[in-house]
Design a protein around this ligand. Structure first.
Ligand code: PBG
Length: 328
């Protein structure tokens, strides 16, 4: 390019970036507190709080303290939680998952009594409820599909009876969305929605979560039911099936490493898309920040904004509170 050409540049995109006011005016995507869902871990007992070792700043709460935490979330503008529970006991048939007096069922009632407008979603999968740490029932080292779906239906119905607004099946068994939809409808819960973990990958980013819930698989891995990280067409198929079966919202999981899947989902389907900014992603930011290697707050806000840009409507994140404070 000659000197003359350079001086005659007509298009100068930097004009729109010159001041903060201009940058704000032309910003295409925005993160708001309405987009956030806080995953909440609850455990048996009273007046207890435990920090998760591999997730600094994240805690397991007994139900009484979880209620207080929900009040705090609500006051920050966070209007949705996803409940995960550590049961009183693990059994091979996973029956504690649908015990009307179980940890999740009691948790839902206690939270609804004090923070009635909070949208309560509940995790539906068996991993914390059996000694095997797998999302389904196990027989001879195999994760059973149809037998698991029957238990998941009972679990979802018991959450609905306790007052859940939405159930979130995260197990990746085939056919569970249709079966759960039918079970909810048959028991008078046609208003209870389903957020399906539709494209959930067999990811190593879940490590710290399994620490939080004491739910690490005791043999093998989850690759016979969760998806291969190398695939994207398969994600479209899983999502399409879940929508046909009755999912109201579909989720892609994990987050940052899977934004191409979020983007493809948003382009192709007309349902709200959720993303899960998972435990390992949170732990990595925390670890690097603790060493002074990155600016935690900026990395957090950038990560969440980029999930919006990729097409996510809803973001599940352990950073929900910090992000809500920053957004104020
Ligand atoms: C279990 C479940 C997992 C997560 C959500 N639900 C772990 C797994 O599938 O092994 C992961 C969440 C996270 O890592 O933050 N059904």
């Amino acid at each position: 390019m000659s000197q003359i050409d350079l001086l005659n540049i007509v298009h100068r995109p930097r004009r729109l970036r010159r001041t903060a006011a201009l940058r704000n005016l032309v910003q295409e995507n925005t993160l708001t507190v309405n987009d956030l869902v806080f995953p909440l871990f609850i455990m048996p007992g009273t007046n207890g709080v435990e920090e998760v070792a591999s997730m600094p700043g994240s805690f397991r709460y007994t139900i009484d303290n979880a209620v207080r935490e929900c009040q705090e979330l609500w006051d920050l503008g966070i209007q949705a939680i996803d409940l995960f529970g550590i049961p009183e006991q693990k059994t091979e048939d996973g029956s504690e998952a649908y015990n009307d007096k179980g940890i999740i069922q009691e948790g839902i009632r206690a939270i609804k009594a004090k923070v009635p407008d909070m949208c309560i979603m509940t995790d539906v999968a068996l991993d914390p409820f059996t000694p095997f740490g797998h999302d389904g029932l196990v027989k001879d080292g195999i994760i059973l599909n149809d037998e698991t779906v029957e238990v998941l239906c009972k679990m979802a119905v018991s959450h609905a009876e306790a007052g859940a607004d939405f159930v979130s099946p995260s197990d990746m068994m085939d056919g569970r969305i249709g079966a759960i939809r039918e079970a909810l409808d048959d028991t008078g819960h046609s208003d209870v929605g389903i957020l399906s973990y539709a494209a959930k990958y067999a990811s190593s980013f879940y490590g710290p979560f399994r620490d939080a819930l004491h739910s690490a698989p005791q043999f093998g891995d989850k690759t016979t039911y969760q998806m291969n990280p190398g695939n994207t067409d398969e994600a479209m198929k899983e999502i399409e099936l879940d929508i046909i079966e009755g999912a109201d919202i579909v989720m892609v999981k994990p987050g940052l490493a899977y934004l191409d899947i979020v983007h493809r989902t948003k382009e192709r389907f007309d349902v709200p898309v959720a993303i899960y900014h998972v435990s390992g992603e949170y732990a990595m930011v925390k670890a690097a920040a603790a060493r002074g290697w990155i600016d935690e707050e900026r990395v957090m806000m950038e990560s969440l904004l980029c999930m919006k840009r990729a097409g996510a409507d809803i973001i599940f994140t352990y950073y929900a509170k910090e992000a809500a404070k920053k957004l104020r």
